[in-house]
Design a protein around this ligand. Structure first.
Ligand code: SF4
Length: 756
């Protein structure tokens, strides 16, 4: 039985009414649902002040922490440094990211267990020792397992994965963070967040036919773009919201990460109650029903949303078309009726090689049932599936249930391959045959991200994101320009046939079932359990604390790279083959910024070593600076660090001696991660100053001895020809974060506090 802390939920609900009332009084108006959850989780207790959206830093006390195996390693290595005997809040670890999809679920899983044994043993023993629930490899993908077991309305959780936001589908405020934040909360410290802005999305009408919840978020991504949700929580409401399944809501919230939103959520409703009961959580539903009035916005808020939200978007589900977003970015939204035109205009290969359904985003019972309803038509209509087809179930519970109900057999009949209940192709853990040839090709999937190289490591794979039902239809047709709403297919008998609309149950009529969910409960008393990390390990390395700030301005920093254009955490710390080093800081640092494009020569992983004048890989160049005792600076463009929450993207440069990252703008999680690791995260006051930085510059950072909130710093770019430019840079450090910088890292402060 999974470790769900009903007492924790009950004690939160016991004070919910009082906390909401206090907040309402202070704010002086009706509250949105999001505000209720936020104000109910203030570590100080009842609200006494109004927080300014987008400005105030607030201390929250999340109810839970969830970690996936790739990020958990570093989070727990950090937690071990904090000196606590047990985690302070219910926490779980999920082994999902390290399983390569290749042959099929059981073979791939067995192979992964051998390959990653050291890491799994570490995570299992560290979980056992410190009171953390451990979900074994094969148990499922973190966000699906959380939705099935731990998410509850009105709760707040953080997770070391950007798609933690998925739990918003069950009415949570669930936020993706770096391992350092998880470490803080597990150590019993408050978790700080800038009070978010609020975006309201009003859903009118009702989904029908080919349109699915995925299309809502694909449409929203097209409207807001990958940056549009930055610093905001998106709250969905309206008749369209309540008429949609809970897992559909999860899909929408999941991909809120793709618009940069802090998180997304929906108020508690009957779909959530149905899902709770169907997943064996009657007790949670019963208790939630007792505080129902607090688990939604106050009366009037949804009727006049403009008064309460910073931005309001309205989408009529009855008119919404299925979308495909991509390639290479999840906000390039194309309605299916326009895809033919777009594909031809852009020269996208129209032959679909592979259709992939499932992942944490879209592997609900409803998703699988609706996709299977299309797969069934292949035989019935004498069709042949043209593209390869794969299924990645989100959890063993879903997999077992959809197998029992015959859906996997249906997929098998159309040549579908079922991968392990894990991330696999969604995170580059896909041993795709022929990918190394780097041929230009098109795939469609129901995952969430489609950055270059994300699925198969091939920069020339164009990945389009769609609903599982659309992906299934396109895999059957094998053609990106096929619109199942209007087009016909020619079957094996030479007849023109049309695919019927997808259909399927929201929840299994016979209930969910599972034989072995893959859960390991922690020891009651873990004090006698030892956690072994071999000093010769390639995969795991105990951490040494980062050095404190030297107390002076920083001078003579070399420009390591001036990154051009998109620089996500995948570019800074690539996933795929590097996932295996996520517990070994020195080894994984060999991927530092290897995906970033050097502004000066337009190449990746090729920068000038200012000490030798020669060009070489970024990590080797930085190691040369480190060996010479010289600091460096990384320069970046807009929304630097978007994408995953991995703190490796901040720890690697810190470990190798980069002192500052100066960009036009940051993605929130990455900016916080840099601060936690004691780095300087700076932004140009005038973005045009980006152009002033030259390849041979050495940079001075002035004003650090008076480093203070809201006070700009000065940077001097000393050019090779003896001239210099002096520019103003901004930062968002508050007092506490400045202390992190001074101490060398946030963790250095935690350790001192726990010891003290
Ligand atoms: Fe795994 Fe992909 Fe979901 Fe991330 S987005 S948790 S990699 S399935």
């Amino acid at each position: 039985m999974a470790l769900f802390d009903l007492d924790m939920m009950q004690s939160l609900y016991a004070k919910l009414g009082e906390r909401v009332e206090a907040a309402r009084k202070v704010v002086g108006r009706p509250l949105t649902y999001t505000e209720k959850i936020l104000y109910a989780h203030l570590t100080q207790g009842d609200a006494t002040t109004v927080y300014e959206r987008g400005k105030s830093y607030v201390d929250f006390g999340p109810d839970r922490v969830a970690m996936q195996d790739a990020t958990a390693q570093m989070a727990l290595l950090q937690f071990m440094q904090a000196g606590r005997p047990k985690v302070a809040v219910p926490s779980t670890v999920h082994c999902d990211h390290l399983i390569t999809a290749q042959v099929g679920s059981s073979e791939d899983l067995s192979k992964a267990v051998v390959e990653n044994q050291e890491v799994y043993d570490f995570l299992s023993s560290v979980s056992n020792k410190y009171g953390i629930g451990f979900w074994k490899p094969g148990a499922g993908i973190i966000h699906q397992v959380v939705l099935e077991n731990y998410a509850f309305p009105g709760g707040m959780m953080i997770g070391t994965d950007s798609h933690t936001v998925n739990a918003g589908g069950l009415g949570m405020i669930a936020i993706g963070v770096g391992g350092a934040d998880a470490c803080d909360v597990m150590a019993g410290l408050p978790w700080e967040l800038k009070f978010p802005k609020l975006i309201g999305v009003k859903l009118t009408g009702k989904l029908s036919g080919w349109t699915s919840p995925k299309d809502v978020i694909l449409k929203v991504a097209g409207i807001l773009t990958v940056k549009g949700g930055t610093g905001a929580i998106v709250e969905y409401f309206g008749e369209g919201a309540t008429s949609m399944s809970c897992t559909g809501k999860g899909t929408i919230c999941n991909m809120g990460a793709e618009i940069g939103a802090t998180t997304s959520t929906f108020a508690y409703d009957e779909s959530m109650e149905r899902y709770l009961r169907s997943t064996g959580r009657d007790a949670v539903a019963d208790i939630a029903n007792t505080v129902k009035e607090h688990l939604t916005a106050d009366a009037g808020v949804y009727a006049e949303p403009e008064k309460y939200f910073d931005q309001v978007i309205e989408i009529n589900l009855s008119e919404l078309e299925p979308h495909l977003n991509g390639p290479f970015t999840p906000d390039l939204a194309t309605p299916i009726s326009k895809m033919k035109e777009a594909a031809l205009a852009n020269g996208w290969p129209t032959k679909i090689e592979v259709g992939l359904i499932g992942s944490c985003t879209n592997s609900s019972y409803e998703d699988i049932a609706r996709s299977a309803s299309l797969a069934r038509q292949v035989a019935a209509k004498h069709l042949k599936t043209k593209a390869e087809f794969t299924i990645t179930p989100g959890s063993e519970q879903v997999r077992y249930t959809v197998e029992r109900d015959g859906f996997l057999a249906t997929f098998d009949e159309i040549g579908g391959k079922v991968f392990a209940n894990a991330c696999g192709p969604c995170i580059g853990m896909w041993a795709r045959v022929g990918a190394e040839k780097q041929e230009r090709n098109t795939i469609v999937h129901s995952f969430n991200r489609n950055f270059a190289k994300r699925a198969d490591g091939n920069p020339n794979t164009l990945a389009f994101v769609g609903s599982p039902e659309l992906v299934t239809a396109l895999a059957i047709a094998g053609d990106l320009t096929f619109n199942p709403l209007t087009d016909t297919l020619i079957n094996e008998l030479g007849e023109e046939v049309r695919l019927d609309d997808p259909s399927g149950d929201e929840l299994p009529p016979r209930g969910f079932d599972v034989e072995d969910a893959g859960y390991q409960a922690p020891a009651e008393d873990g004090s006698g359990i030892s956690v072994a990390v071999s000093p010769t390990s390639n995969r795991l390395q105990l951490l040494d604390p980062f050095a404190a700030w030297e107390g002076t301005d920083l001078k003579g920093l070399k420009v390591l790279i001036k990154a051009k254009g998109k620089c996500t955490t995948d570019h800074i710390s690539m996933a795929g083959p590097w996932l295996k080093y996520r517990g070994h800081l020195d080894n994984i640092s060999n991927n530092l910024l290897i995906g970033a494009v050097n502004f000066f020569n337009e190449k990746t992983d090729n920068v000038k070593n200012q000490l030798t004048g020669e060009y070489g890989p970024v990590p080797a160049t930085q190691r040369a600076y480190k060996a010479a005792g010289i600091g460096s600076i990384v320069v970046g463009d807009e929304n630097y660090g978007e994408g995953s929450s991995r703190e490796h993207a901040a720890m690697e440069p810190r470990h190798l001696g980069v002192r500052a990252v100066l960009v036009k703008s940051f993605a929130r999680i990455h900016e916080t991660n840099l601060k936690k690791q004691g780095m300087l995260a700076l932004t140009f006051a005038d973005k045009a100053d980006y152009d002033k930085i030259q390849e041979d510059d050495s940079v001075d950072i002035l004003g650090l001895t008076e480093f203070a909130p809201g006070k700009s710093l000065t940077l001097v770019f000393n050019h090779a020809d003896g001239t210099k430019d002096e520019v103003v840079v901004n930062h968002t450090y508050n007092d506490q974060q400045i202390e992190w910088f001074k101490a060398g890292a946030a963790l250095n402060i935690i350790r001192a506090q726990v010891a003290g």
